[in-house]
Design a protein around this ligand. Structure first.
Ligand SMILES: [Zn+2]
Length: 326
């Protein structure tokens, strides 16, 4: 049996995939735009096309230590692991619920749809499907910022606020497949603000990247500022309103993370997603707010930025397929 699988990171704007070997060696990452408004069948077609491309081309696999191996396509693979936006029933590989980042995604049988399209590539091999933040966390625990830790809270702050809880080395899925959906926690800082789920006062309504931009406008910021990136740039340049918006959004995230840390007592926290790359203006108030809330035994908990970047979810999704394959 081949010790190579394909890992896929299926997001609302793009889908990335690569060959991954059981020792963590990873091939070239290929990506395509996700046809997010064209319906689930079109999305599954795009993913299947990308997987075919990855397998057909092979390429140079680079192991964590730097050793390289050349694989000539078509590469025999023994499985496929997918991390996707949305709440996923990992036992069936279907989407339990999702935002409209991918239109009509709720209810999609991702595992069945990909197996039917890729029978000649994966045969009866393993096909696993999980939430993309769980996949990201799996990658960081395997080879990244939390390598070797057996319990980790991974928080992803970007277009939404997601999280994954890894206990005994495995992502906690939960009784309703929702474990880790931290963005929908009540947050006192977000009181009165409407969340993407329709309810007021959830963390995501203040803590996500787009929410930070809305917060800046609410505080009286310049209406000509188009997006979160520009708010952060203005904050870095000394704009007080922008700096306050970044600080308050980051503090809301930090407080909520502290709440989850206090319940779980993980060995480490990893923070990923676009906002984690925004620099000290975001990171420092997030970290300070978190530590203000923690009782003494938790005071020194490591809080690290994700280390693997965009390949983390590809690696984690592949790892889940490798583990399931046995
Ligand atoms: Zn919500």
């Amino acid at each position: 049996m081949s010790d190579v699988v394909v890992g896929v990171d299926l997001g609302g704007t793009k889908t990335a995939a690569a060959l991954v070997r059981a020792d963590g060696a990873v091939g070239p990452v290929r990506s395509v735009p996700t046809p997010a408004t064209a319906g689930p069948e079109a999305v599954l077609d795009a993913v299947a096309g990308l997987v075919r491309d990855v397998v057909a081309h092979g390429g140079t696999l680079t192991a964590p230590g730097g050793t390289t191996t050349e694989l000539t396509g078509p590469v025999a693979v023994s499985g496929l692991g997918v991390g996707t936006a949305g709440v996923v029933d990992t036992t069936t590989g279907t989407i339990v619920s999702a935002t409209d980042a991918i239109r009509g995604w709720t209810g999609t049988d991702v595992r069945g749809g990909l197996r039917a399209r890729l029978r000649d590539v994966v045969g009866e091999g393993t096909v696993t499907v999980e939430n993309d933040v769980d996949a990201h966390a799996g990658g960081e625990v395997w080879l990244g910022a939390a390598a070797g830790a057996d319990s980790v809270l991974m928080v992803a702050v970007g277009t939404g606020v997601g999280a994954s809880v890894v206990l005994d080395g495995r992502p906690l899925r939960g009784a309703h497949h929702v474990a880790g959906e931290m963005g929908h926690q009540p947050s006192p800082d977000a009181a009165g603000l409407r969340c993407g789920c329709g309810r007021p006062g959830h963390l995501e309504a203040l803590g996500s990247g787009p929410a930070l931009h809305r917060h800046y406008l609410r505080l009286g910021g310049d209406a000509a500022v188009a997006d979160t990136r520009e708010v952060c740039a203005r904050a870095a340049a000394g704009d007080e309103v922008a700096e306050r918006a970044v600080r308050e959004s980051a503090r809301a995230v930090g407080r909520s993370v502290a709440g989850v840390v206090t319940v779980l007592d993980p060995a480490a926290v990893v923070v990923g997603g676009g906002m984690s790359q925004a620099g000290p203006l975001w990171w420092e108030p997030m970290d300070a707010a978190l530590r203000e809330e923690l009782i003494e035994p938790l005071a020194d908990i490591p809080v690290r930025p994700s280390a693997l970047g965009p390949v983390a979810a590809v690696l984690g999704a592949a790892r889940t397929a490798l583990v399931a394959r046995g």
